[in-house]
Design a protein around this ligand. Sequence first.
Ligand code: TRP
Length: 592
Amino acid sequence: MKITITKKLLERYPTARFIAVVAKDFENKRSLLKLEEEKREIENTIRKLDVKEVKRIVEHSKFHKEFGKSYHLEFEFKSIKEGKNLPKLNALADILFMNEMKHFCIMSGQDMEKVSDELVFDLAKGTESLVLIGGKKQELKNDDIVLKDQDVVLISHLYGPGESTKITDKTKDVLYLFWFVEPIKDAELDEIIKDFKIYLDMVSNKDSSVEVFEVAEASDKFIVTPWDVKGNIDYDKLVRQFGTKKLDDGLMKELSMIAGEDHYFLKRKIFYSHMYFDEILKAHKKGEKFYLYTGRAPSGPVHLGHLIPWIFTKWLQEKFDATLLFQIPDEEKFLFKDNLTLDDTKRWADENILDIIAMGFDPKKTKIFLDTEYAGHMYKHACRVAKRITFSTIRSTFGFDNDRNIGEIFYTAMQSVPVILPSIMEGRKTRVLIPCAIDQDVHFRLTRDVAESLGYHKPATILCRFLPGLQGMGEEGKMSSSVESTAIFTTDDPKTVKNKILKYAFSGGRDTVEEHRRLGGNPEIDVSYQWLTFFEEDDARLEKIYTDYKSGKLLSGELKMILVDKINAFLAEHQKKREWARKNIDKFILKD
Ligand code: TRP
């Protein structure tokens, strides 16, 4: 079963989410005693509530209200309060109504025998119609949300399900769908689905099966916010989505000319996008100095993916003789994650600083500071920024709902401050270039909106893609410190590195040696090869690995060992410098 959401729909309703629950091989019964008992409980709970206090009914009725329609859950709610009971049709339909009224969320349930296995959530044009349950033909409205099978509408969000696919006594397989248009948090979703599974359990038999999945955007599914990077990342689309610019050949050439050498990250399009980087170069040519600024929010150990922007930052510092501000927002992950204390983030900050110093930044030109320890210098500027950003801007920029804590809402103001600090430190308007991964540009887009009105230059960014996780970009997206099998940490010893790569690195090789020799491997999807594009500086050597692998001359295990050696050589150096860093922290740290 494949269900997708059209781009049109998501553009119109960006927070829309649909969860599918495929229930197979059930036996539909007339209602069961157990269900009746549960229904009485739900009814009793409702009778104690006031509809205005039910947050989800209030928030989620917005869609219907905009069309001048009432929200049917509100209507159901009122009739139950007036003494009516939840419907008693058949078990598979009853549990849908029960779950709707327990959690106040809209659900649909279709007999799977009556639908094809490719459905689409789409925006209604207003020319469609639908025969509702009961037989009434309904003309649909423009901008309603509909579920379509080929071109036939099965369900409308405004008017409900059609007659043709309704659950009957004979139904065995059901496609249940949860329809959320207003934002819904994962934790709430989990709760709702957990309860629904309990209901399904009550009506199941030994052959029954249940599968839950979230409906994804058609063809190119991915999410990139600074806190959530998943799925197959389409980097060109990111550039379009964030409104950043591609680093074109002209700009790259100019940078190489000024630097006196090419950086392989540029040639290989690892750094591939920017905002206002052209203005930095223009100013530099006129003899104007600029600052570099980057950061790291501590929440765990540093892995190889974190180092990519830092390696490039180090190169830029060297080539432009620029002062670097390195922000450690030790409050960020404390605010955004559930299970980290400020003591934890401080401890990780101290660890992470060793990795930062180990990059080889110039101690005379590099200042590292923790937000909580440099707040005296930062706070007033954070307030100046914060005053010019509204909650509604933050809400829509990051997709927050009203349940976010106010620290999360304020956070971007803190990440903006190092854009201002160079002007304060220099005593004159000073430009800032921020090398970072592309997901961070979102913060600086907000900084840009306010910088000029505060009397500063807009911050420029130069943006890179992510190092893929060991198991590929498939499910996990970028490398994550919380998933051991996707990451190599800077403190891993040679044996651990070898084991992780041999065991986890996703291979583009063939199943057997014979087949591999005959057909060759696929470097495009091979994580070991991809990693070499980040770590093997020598173009000629990389190219040979590519052609040998593709022709079948180089086996997957051999390719992996090339990577193991490369990473271990890199880490041996890094770990040495990390030890040096322990005794030299004071040279870098800025405190109030
Ligand atoms: N938000 C970044 C993180 O999650 C940390 C950070 C702060 C940062 N300031 C920055 C990253 C500037 C890049 C550039 O790690």
